[in-house]
Every structure is written in C-alpha cells, then in structure tokens.
Design a protein around this ligand. Structure first.
Ligand code: AQP
Length: 344
C-alpha cells in the first residue's frame, strides 16, 4: 500500500542547540518544507530520559521552538509543537514496548554511550528511548525522517518495529479494513556534507549538547566574537589543507572543518578544497568564521527576538499540538482497533 508522503523529525530540549543540530537536522528540516508536509517536534519526553531541571526545561523547550522558527520553519503551513502536549506519543510507545524485543534494544549504541559505566543507574526511559522515537514517527505514519548520522540505528529500529507490528497484527489489520499494512517503513534522510559534525576539540567525537567543554561546539546563540574565538582555537593539524577530498581521509579535524564550511555555504567538500587547497588553516579559519557568522548571526538575533515573547511561542506550540493531536488520535484509534482494545 502507498502511504502519503510525510516528514517527521524532532530535537531534544536538553541544552545548548549547536551547529551539529543545525547543519545535521534543522537546516534540512527547512529545506524539506517545499517538498513534503512536515511535522517538527520539540521532543521534551525524550529530554527527561536524563535529568532536566524543571525550572530550566520550559526555557529549553521554547528555545528549540524559537530555533525552528528563526531558521525558517513555517508553523502555519507545517506543524511545530512539543511532544508532551500530544499524549498519543506515549500511548503508542507503550504498544511498541510490547512489540520491540529486548535483544533489539540491547544493541543500541546510543544507550551504551549515554548510560556509560553506570548502566544500573540509567533511567528505564533512556533504555526505551528508541521505542518512543518509533512512536513519534509512526503515530503520524510519517514516511521520511531527516536526522543526523547518529540517529541512523534508531531509525532502523523504528522500521523493525513497524514491520513487526504489520506482521504480528496482519490478520487484524486486514479484518478491520486497514489494508495490508498499517505502518509505513519510515526512510531516513541522511544527506549532505554535515551529517555528523564533530567536536571542535576532537575530530573523532561528535559535537554534542552534553559535552562538558563549551569550546567543543558552536551554539546557535553564540555571538560573532564567541564563534570567532572557538574557530580560532579549534583543533587542527600542522599541514595545509589538501586539494583533494582523499587527503582528508586521515585528518578528522580538517575533514570536519571543511565539511562544516561546505554545509554552511551550500557547496561540497570537493569545491571547498578547489578553493582552499594548499591554504594554511589560519586563512581557512578566517573564511569559516565569516561563513558561520553570516549564517548564524541572523538566526541568533531572531531567536532572541522570539524568546522575548514566551506567550507567542507557547501559542505556536499549542496550535501545532492541536493539529498534531488530530492526526495522532486517528492513528491511535486504529491501533486500538487493530490490537483489540475496547474503546469508544
Ligand atoms: N554532531 C551532530 N552532527 C549532525 N547532526 C547532529 N545531530 C545531533 N548532533 C549532531 C542531529 O540533531 C538532531 C537533534 O538531536 P537531538 O536533540 O535529538 O539529540 P542528540 O542527537 O542526542 O544530540 P546531541 O547534541 O548530541 O545531544 P546530547 O548531547 O544530549 O546527546 C538529530 O537529528 C541528530 O541526529
């Protein structure tokens, strides 16, 4: 069965939004609006899988919403909301907890990385994170999911869950008149030059909100001076830039900075190296700073403006949640039919 094409993706309000979140996700959310119906979510239920200060969380939720809007997501044509306002996400996640297998979740590398050595002390929510993510996507029967490279494994798990649900309940799906398969197998959209932006301090580590060093990332709210200082201090090696992409293979920091520049200026690594091949890092870093400030400066200013009116942001989120809830409610009603729950 063909499913109508629909995009879903989310960002956690778990701290400082950074250049990786922008280039790997939000920038691409913006581009996809022209081709798809899109649903973009501030995934606050995901954020609380690790401790979030209740006095800080509302600000973090509004900050992600403000970033969506400031980057160019249109909340009237598409849907922007925060996850906890649509209870169907958690409801479907429970059904998926009963479809997914322990063995599948045990393979998830993000849980292993985030739980670290103190695994016994990690929340059950952190472990079950991928089943909630599958519910986020499938409660809208979304077909396409733009994410950074780090979310690829979770997306594969969402496909496995959709497939197992369709198979386990196949007879019921057909009997109740929902066609042959109920859930689409969502496709990851992981494209472009910055699907995995790395830390500015260590080219082998992902740029991340939770990195203790603020110097490791460029935050979306950093001003021009902070951006310039962080890029100036970014780790590099002593060689000039290569003139071909092959020359980046064993140079993670150079590869990262070239990839960031390519993504910021909407070009490719190959073209960047045509321009900057054999240049010293000092020259390239100046150009990179200019490109980052040109792109991020207006976003930071607009975020600041939007965040000065919390009521207006909350209204956008409430409006988006009401529209999302309609779609999610329809799916959940069908899921209850299919599973065999008695409902009104
Ligand atoms: N470094 C990155 N490069 C490219 N894309 C990235 N994303 C995150 N980091 C990078 C993408 O941004 C989207 C939203 O991410 P998230 O908020 O759900 O959380 P995350 O992936 O766990 O991001 P962080 O910043 O690393 O958070 P912490 O430090 O809390 O774990 C996703 O599409 C993600 O792929």
């Amino acid at each position: 069965m063909g499913f109508p094409q629909r995009v879903f993706s989310g960002v956690q309000p778990s701290g400082n939004l950074h250049l990786g979140n922008y280039l790997g996700a939000i920038k691409r959310f913006v581009e996809l609006q022209a081709r798809y119906d899109c649903i973009y979510c501030v995934v606050d239920l995901h954020a609380i899988t690790v401790w979030q200060d209740p006095t800080e969380l509302p600000r973090a939720i509004r900050e992600v919403a403000a970033a969506f809007l400031a980057c160019g997501i249109d909340p009237k044509k598409h849907i922007v909301f925060n996850q906890s306002q649509v209870a169907e996400h958690a409801e479907l996640a429970w059904v998926f907890n009963c479809v997914a297998r322990l063995g599948w979740l045990n393979r998830m590398t993000q849980f292993k990385e985030k739980a670290g050595k103190d695994r016994e002390n990690a929340s059950v929510g952190l472990y079950a994170y991928p089943t909630l993510m599958a519910a986020d996507i499938l409660v809208y029967r979304a077909t396409h999911v733009p994410v950074g490279e780090d979310q690829k494994q979770h997306l594969e798990l969402s496909r496995d869950i959709a497939q197992k649900f369709n198979k386990d309940f196949g007879q019921s799906i057909r009997d109740k008149g929902y066609g042959d398969t109920f859930f689409p197998l969502p496709e990851p959209l992981i494209t472009g030059e910055a699907t995995r932006v790395m830390s500015l301090r260590d080219g082998t580590k992902k740029m991340s909100k939770s990195d203790a060093s603020d110097q490791s990332r460029i935050n979306l709210t950093d001003d021009a001076d902070a951006i310039a200082q962080k890029i100036r201090r970014a780790k590099t090696d002593p060689e000039p830039l290569p003139s071909e992409e092959k020359g980046l293979e064993t140079r993670p920091e150079a590869d990262n900075l070239v990839g960031i520049y390519a993504a910021l200026t909407d070009t490719t690594r190959a073209l960047v190296l045509k321009q900057f091949g054999n240049a010293q890092f000092s020259t390239f870093k100046t150009a990179l700073t200019d490109a980052a400030v040109a792109k991020l400066g207006p976003i930071a200013a607009e975020m600041k403006r939007l965040l000065s009116d919390a009521t207006a942001i909350d209204k956008v989120l409430a409006d988006g949640a009401a529209r999302a809830q309609k779609l999610a409610g329809e799916t959940m009603k069908a899921v209850k039919d299919i599973v065999g729950f008695v409902h009104s």
